[in-house]
Design a protein. Structure first.
Length: 90
């Protein structure tokens, strides 16, 4: 009997200032329904809030796509993907 383990590697971290990188830290997400996510909010000339990681539930409505919206007049983008390290801040 062969046992297959599915593991997805996602970037994990956050940034607050425009021009900074989200970093190189990663996390291994277990489970076949795991997705990498990337949340970005453009909040002014210097602020660019970004959060990345892995999740199953956050990505239920955004599997392998991005959703753009506004929250209190701030443009917000939420993306999910299921390939290794696909949630970088490119």
């Amino acid at each position: 009997m062969v046992t297959l383990n599915y593991s997805l590697t996602c970037y994990n971290g956050y940034k607050l200032l425009r021009g900074r990188s989200i970093g190189e830290e990663t996390e291994d997400c277990s489970g076949s329904s795991a997705y990498c996510y990337n949340f970005t909010a453009e909040a002014g000339a210097f602020l660019n809030v970004m959060k990345a990681g892995c999740s199953t539930f956050r990505c239920l409505l955004a599997r392998n796509k991005c959703i753009n919206t506004e929250f209190q007049n701030v443009p917000v983008k939420f993306c999910c993907c299921n390939e290794d390290r696909c949630n970088g801040d490119e």
